[in-house]
Design a protein around this ligand. Structure first.
Ligand SMILES: C[S@@+](CC[C@H](N)C(=O)[O-])C[C@H]1O[C@@H](n2cnc3c(N)ncnc32)[C@H](O)[C@@H]1O
Length: 252
């Protein structure tokens, strides 16, 4: 067997295990996952219901894993999933069926390579994916491109701890190994900074912690694409956008 075949076989085995692990995690009752230091929500299920339960129309989810979020969406949306780990697709379809989502599309490219028409989506969702994408700034620009004016980008991500803390030192030290073992996941990304400078009209989020080490704290919230009017304002230097910093507590 050639080294290339060997490496492909190893990668497939690895992806299969990841998919199985994500499917197992999907079985967890998120009502029992407690959020610490969160302003408005006490459990993961409450927070996700608030973020995802009111979305309408055409919704693109990047990196849906084994479909852990499908239980929270209104079943009548048109859901488009872009998940490069093909071993998750069977689990996603099963979850969609279990939760009554009938109008779904599933694609196997990385988000960066998935063709979507400009201004064609009501919402884009990413939970724990921006830590892994190859180029976060390009991904955020692309998300804005495909959103309709006033469309929503809903995100939940683990992010870098504050500079100088023990957790941050561990995150910085462990990242080279971590990203190799965990499918390109970076524990030390300052994702809030990328969101703030990406050009959204508003970026609102809350911070919280979970009872797990290394990948903490977390941010969850909504960024809104500029409307046509505010895009014109932006062109004339009259933006009213608010630029929060990590640690600000905003209403979702
Ligand atoms: C940590 S898992 C999160 C899964 C799910 N969103 C959740 O909240 O449980 C990250 C997922 O993102 C996917 N992923 C990684 N890079 C991606 C990319 N460039 N485009 C789309 N999905 C990606 C992985 O295959 C994996 O399923």
């Amino acid at each position: 067997m050639s080294p290339i075949t060997n490496s492909a076989g190893w990668q497939n085995g690895y992806r299969r295990v990841l998919a199985w692990g994500m499917a197992k995690a999907t079985e967890a009752d998120e009502q029992t996952i407690k959020l610490h230091d969160c302003h408005d929500y006490t459990t993961m299920a409450d927070l996700k219901r608030s973020l995802l339960g009111h979305l309408q129309g055409r919704v693109l989810e990047i990196g849906p894993g084994a479909g852990t979020n499908l239980t929270y969406f209104p079943p009548d949306i048109h859901w488009i999933g872009v998940e490069p780990n093909l071993f998750t697709h069977l689990y996603i379809r099963q979850e969609a069926e279990r939760h009554g989502l009938k109008d779904i599309e599933l694609h196997g490219q990385p988000a960066e390579q998935f063709p979507v028409e400009d201004g064609s989506l009501d919402a884009v969702v990413s939970t724990y994916v921006l830590c892994s994408v190859t180029d976060i700034d390009t991904t955020l620009k692309d998300i804005q491109r495909v959103l309709k004016p006033d469309g929503k980008f809903v995100f939940m991500e683990h992010v870098a701890a504050t500079d100088g803390t023990c957790t941050r030192t561990v995150q910085d030290g462990i990242t080279p190994v971590w990203k190799t073992v965990f499918d390109h996941c970076h524990p030390n990304r300052e994702t809030w900074r990328n969101l703030e400078k990406a050009g959204f009209a508003t970026v609102d989020y809350q911070t919280f912690r979970l009872s797990i080490p290394v990948v903490s704290p977390h941010i969850a919230g909504v960024a809104t694409r500029a409307s046509i009017d505010s895009k014109t304002e932006l062109a004339h230097g009259q933006s009213k956008s608010r630029q929060p910093t990590l640690g600000d507590i905003h209403d979702i």
